[in-house]
Design a protein. Structure first.
Length: 322
């Protein structure tokens, strides 16, 4: 009975976050389309903007649950980079006509910037501003690349959402955006409060739960974004989600969360989780450079995620001090 209330609270919070996050993305897309932004920038919004994780991370930072907030950044990125992309490659081996280093280096630079700022044990508001500046520079750089024929294409879902958004208009989209923001904020708060209570009662490490259970719960839809595109023979869109997620998690979400409330970066994150994320990002970029991600590569990525999740639990499962 002691676990029933926090469990129900966490479940209700998760449901609210997932429901309103989808509407929030539609609101953002509608506002962008109504303001006449390009299809490429609209694609970047869809590929990189992940309100579920941002809501959970922001609530965690506000409540002082840094482990949960960091899990919404690093753990969620690992779901997209290793688990979802690995499963996609296991089911549908992917080939790429071109894989320019100018694009492949972007996720690597994003995770290295986050790791460098976090290495002193804290992500301050100043660090948050640096990360947001890095995000703005990255978007500008990708836009510049697109002007030179190196682009991220929108898939059919993005195109359909964009058309629907244009028909809805900027006004209705703005209202949807505000209502959805409130929904994900309430849901994120309930999810973090319920999870924190459960963590305390079960004697688990906040960081481990944030990096694995919570990150997986709010990020498993990454597989639903990557696999269908690969099944349609659009491997570049699958990787576009990977690159967009890396930039969105490591720069945009981390920057906004740190700006809201400084984050304590504990030892396990600095010495295990972040180095693991760096290695995974470098590996994915290296695989893409060969222009082929087959089933053996997919198996390696899934195994990496398993080591990330299980290894973290074995090493740091009990509550740890910084």
């Amino acid at each position: 009975m002691d676990l029933l209330i926090p469990s129900a609270q966490a479940v209700v919070g998760l449901v609210l976050v997932l429901i309103f996050a989808e509407r929030l993305v539609r609101g953002v897309a509608g506002l962008a389309a109504g303001l006449g932004l390009s299809a490429f920038l609209l694609s970047v919004v869809f590929l990189g903007f992940d309100p579920e994780n941002l809501a959970v991370g922001a609530a965690g930072a506000y409540e002082g649950a840094s482990g949960l907030a960091l899990g919404s950044i690093v753990g969620a990125a690992m779901v997209a980079l290793a688990l979802a992309f690995g499963i996609t490659a296991l089911i549908v081996p992917m080939r790429f006509e071109r894989a320019p280093l100018a694009v492949l280096g972007v996720p690597v630079a994003a995770v290295l910037l986050l790791a460098a700022l976090a290495w002193d044990g804290e992500l301050t508001r100043s660090d948050g501003l640096v990360l947001l500046a890095g995000y703005a520079v990255t978007i500008g750089y990708l836009w510049w690349l697109s002007r030179h024929g190196i682009d991220i294409e929108a898939d059919s879902e993005v195109a359909a959402e964009a058309e629907e958004a244009r028909e809805a208009g900027a006004g209705r989209s703005a209202v949807l955006l505000l209502v959805s923001l409130a929904g994900v904020a309430v849901g994120g708060e309930l999810l973090v409060l319920g999870s924190s209570d459960l963590i305390g009662r079960l004697g688990l490490s906040e960081t481990v739960v944030g990096m694995t259970i919570l990150a997986l719960a709010v990020s498993i839809e990454e597989l639903a974004r990557e696999l269908p595109a690969a099944l349609k023979g659009r491997a570049e869109i699958s990787y576009g989600n990977v690159a967009g997620s890396a930039v969105g998690f490591f720069l945009l979400n981390a920057g906004l969360i740190a700006l809201l409330a400084p984050l304590e970066v504990d030892g396990p994150t600095r010495t295990f989780y972040l180095p693991f994320a760096i290695g995974t990002v470098v590996l994915v970029s290296a695989l893409l450079w060969t222009r082929r991600v087959g089933r053996p590569a997919g198996a390696i990525l899934v195994l990496l995620y398993a080591v990330f999740a299980v290894g973290g639990y074995v090493l740091f499962g009990a509550p740890a001090t910084t």
